[in-house]
Design a binder for this molecule. Structure first.
Ligand code: OKP
Ligand code: ZN
Length: 348
């Protein structure tokens, strides 16, 4: 399987608010290094650099004022005389009436941000844009004779909505890729999100549409981030009703139970019969992940990699989370190599 990678992800290196202290984020550059090392070690396949895309595919998913905010907020923050990373501190809470976008930066940050774990600094916008380019380049491979590809991208994307960042995500890489496919010959795309956290951004972007089916296995919102999205009764709305599938699972879920949910999701994908499958691949379901609580073991990633391949669909894997840096490389390539071993399909 071909991998798309660029070391410019290093531009994303920021702090996080953890337990009242500002520390290096769990979503750190080493994550991608460890995965790249394993991709090379198991000889997964060629590694190519991302192509450059203009903003059109990004603006097909994201609000243009939001993109302008991401491009300019750091300079504005510095111009205010701030020294540290940019964090939000006031939000449009349920308890306040205004829907207007504030003019002052402090207000704009709260308007465009959904969680205070995610700070912004100098390289953030450039890295986020490059991460989307990595995902798009991997996706584009499906139109040039490859039936699978891996986007080794960071920062991740699945928490980012049309106009909000958070949960370490700025641009929704998988959503941008799905839309690109629809604009380049696909009629139906399925997005399977196996990250520990609910892909609230991807869900909300396609919630009222029937050309993208979204399925997510994740920790129950009662207990797990992002807390306000991911319940099983969120089924879509309007034309999208019946195209959104959430499988919330108890915090200490083991592989056996997780796989039962995966089997249900795979059945729904077969029923939908998409042209392409995009996998939001987060390996934070691993038993030793520092911020998640499922109990998957390294071999379980092989088992589910070959299950996904049995769909026989052109498939792009787009990296989301996974924070046990020593093991995320092994767990990621376990999914990809066992997928590749049994995968065959008609081209897209
Ligand atoms: C991003 B991805 C709560 C901290 C919140 C947010 C986790 C974001 C995960 N104590 N941390 O889905 O892997
Ligand atoms: Zn996650």
């Amino acid at each position: 399987m071909l991998t798309v990678y660029s070391n410019t992800h290093h531009l994303r290196n920021a702090t996080e608010l953890v337990g009242g202290q500002i520390v290096p984020s769990y979503e750190r550059p080493e994550r991608a290094e460890f995965i790249l090392e394993q991709v090379k070690c198991v000889k997964l396949g060629n590694i190519i650099k991302p192509a450059k895309f203009d903003l059109k595919p990004t603006l097909a998913i994201h609000d243009s004022a939001y993109i302008t905010f991401l491009q300019t907020c750091w300079d504005e923050w510095l111009a205010q005389g701030n020294k540290g990373d940019l964090f939000p501190f006031i939000w449009p809470s349920r308890t306040m009436p205004s829907k207007r976008i504030p003019k002052h930066l402090d207000g704009k940050i709260g308007y465009y941000c959904l969680s205070s774990d995610t700070s912004i600094n100098a390289g953030t916008w450039a890295a986020a844009k490059l991460s989307a380019d990595v995902a798009l380049t991997a996706t584009q491979q499906l139109t040039t004779g490859n039936n699978s590809a891996f986007a080794l991208c960071r920062p991740p994307g699945h928490h980012a909505t049309n106009d909000a960042y958070g949960g370490y995500c700025f641009l929704n890489n998988v959503a941008i890729s799905a839309q690109w496919l629809l604009d380049n010959g696909a009629s139906r795309v399925s997005i399977l999100d196996v990250d520990f956290h609910h892909g609230n951004g991807t869900q909300s972007i396609f919630y009222d549409r029937d050309d993208v089916q979204f399925l997510s296995l994740h920790g129950q919102p009662e207990q797990c981030f992002p807390h306000f999205s991911g319940y099983a009764d969120e089924r879509g709305e309007g034309a999208g009703l019946g195209y959104n599938f959430n499988y919330p699972l108890a915090p200490s879920t083991d592989y056996k139970t997780w796989q039962q949910a995966l089997d249900q999701a795979l059945e729904e994908i077969v029923n939908y019969s998409p042209d392409v499958l995009l996998v939001s691949l987060g390996v934070d379901t691993y038993e030793n992940d520092p911020i998640s609580s499922f109990k998957l073991q390294s071999d379980d990633f092989k088992t589910y990699g070959s299950k996904i391949s049995s769909l026989s669909l052109p498939t792009v894997f787009i990296l989301e989370g996974g924070y046990a840096v020593e093991e995320i490389g092994l767990n990621t390539v376990n999914v990809l190599s066992s997928f590749e071993k049994s995968h065959s399909c008609k081209g897209f």
